[in-house]
Design a protein around this ligand. Structure first.
Ligand code: 13P
Length: 248
């Protein structure tokens, strides 16, 4: 079912992939279609952020929880903003698992992003073990509540959520549309208990092996407001067909 108040987003997370030629190929592909009904966000590795021609919204894949100073190799929210970023992916499972990002670290990054006027794309998602153990919803609620505690629920009006089941990332094993809808509905209801208006308006993206071939069915679910795309965002044609699958 459609919801006219929530403009869909399709965001491409290149991860540590891509190269300069891909920027042009992707922009050429996206320029062939009318994509006014959605927001297209490209999140390339940091060095490429300044190389896009302005066709898309830009997002970073991570940022520091600090404002600046002696943090070699880190990048501050204010710097991303200066470089033209509007969005920043925070709490991606690859950051949580590979870079020791706890719920508290993620929450403080969300706060810093908002202070810099960036829109966080806050990722949550469970391992297969957590899903099988029956603790799925408690686990996801904890990931959300750590951020609510840090910034307050009203600030969620400035956030985008992404549900990315870890077992579906890069595995080719997509959540079924019903599985995605079940979790997206849970996330919206969880927020609705704190603020129903914000819960109704927040965009919740699905991520995990989305492709041109399965995007339409996933995006047609009532509480799925677009996608966070990994592998398929590196294929200009497939990425375009995912954008075209977003709700009109
Ligand atoms: P894949 O689309 O490659 O499964 O990756 C999803 C993801 O992690 C996007 O952030």
């Amino acid at each position: 079912m459609q919801n006219s108040t929530r403009k869909p987003i399709v965001a491409g997370n290149w991860k540590m992939n891509g190269n300069k030629p891909l920027i042009q190929l992707l922009e050429d592909s996206l320029a062939t279609a009318d994509l006014a009904h959605l927001e297209v966000v490209i999140c390339p590795p940091f060095p490429y952020l300044g190389m896009f021609g302005g066709l898309n919204a830009l997002g970073a894949q991570n940022m520091s929880q600090f404002d600046g100073g002696a943090h070699t190799g880190e990048i501050a929210a204010s710097m991303l903003k200066e470089c033209g970023c509007q969005y920043v992916i925070l709490g991606h499972s690859e950051r949580r698992a590979g870079h020791a990002e706890t719920n508290d670290v993620v929450a403080s990054k969300v706060k810093k992003a908002l202070e810099a006027d960036l829109t966080p794309i806050l990722c949550v998602g469970e391992t297969e073990e957590i899903r099988d153990s029956g603790n799925l919803f408690a686990f996801l609620a904890e990931q959300i509540d750590a951020v609510v505690q840090e910034i307050g629920v009203n600030e969620f009006s400035k956030l985008v959520l992404a549900y990315e089941p870890i077992w579906a990332i890069g595995t080719g094993k997509t959540a079924s549309p019903a599985q995605a809808q079940e979790v997206h509905h849970f996330l919206r209801e969880h927020l609705a208990k704190k603020n129903s208006d914000i819960a109704e308006k927040i965009r919740i993206l699905y991520g995990g092996s989305v492709k041109g071939s399965n995007a339409k069915e996933l995006f047609s679910q009532q509480d799925v407001d677009g996608g966070l795309i990994g592998g398929a965002s590196l294929d200009p044609e497939d990425f375009l067909s995912i954008c075209l699958a977003a709700k009109q």
